[in-house]
Design a protein around this ligand. Structure first.
Ligand code: CU
Length: 140
């Protein structure tokens, strides 16, 4: 998911089993917080204060893994199932557009599936007033 700096995101345990939400700042893999959700209905609400990519893991269930991107400039989105995306309300100007995709090949290390390195691509784009700018990325 993608959020903006200062936004809150919620992790709700909807299962009748113990989970925890272990949040790492992805740039240096340091722990930001580690929150136990022992019961169904336990909820963690986190206000993210530092832009960047965060990885969320459950230490109980090694296959449970997610990423949250915190946009410092207020512009971020997640693609739809068909890969399309839209960023609205961008002021005219020239920008660096970054596409990030988590790794999709796995190997098992210590009982936890480890994904390959994320893929990141960058394009310089120019947004013109009253026009739609198109920028496509290709993953191979
Ligand atoms: Cu879990």
């Amino acid at each position: 998911m993608a959020v903006t700096e200062g936004d809150a995101f919620t992790a709700l345990n909807s299962d009748s089993t113990f989970h925890n939400v272990h949040i790492y700042f992805d740039a240096n893999h340091s722990t930001v917080m580690n929150f136990a959700e022992p019961n169904k209905g336990t909820k963690m609400v986190e206000h993210v204060k530092r832009p960047g990519m965060y990885q969320l893991r459950c230490d109980v269930h090694p296959w449970m893994n997610a990423y949250v991107y915190v946009a410092g400039d207020g512009f971020a989105t997640v693609t739809g199932a068909d890969g399309s995306y839209k960023l609205a309300g961008v002021a005219p100007g020239t920008y660096k557009l970054v596409m990030w995709h988590e790794g999709w090949t796995t190997k098992v290390a210590g009982g936890r599936p480890e994904f390959s390195e994320a893929v990141q691509q960058t394009q310089e784009i120019t947004v013109t007033a009253g026009q739609t700018t198109t920028a496509n990325f290709s993953l191979k």
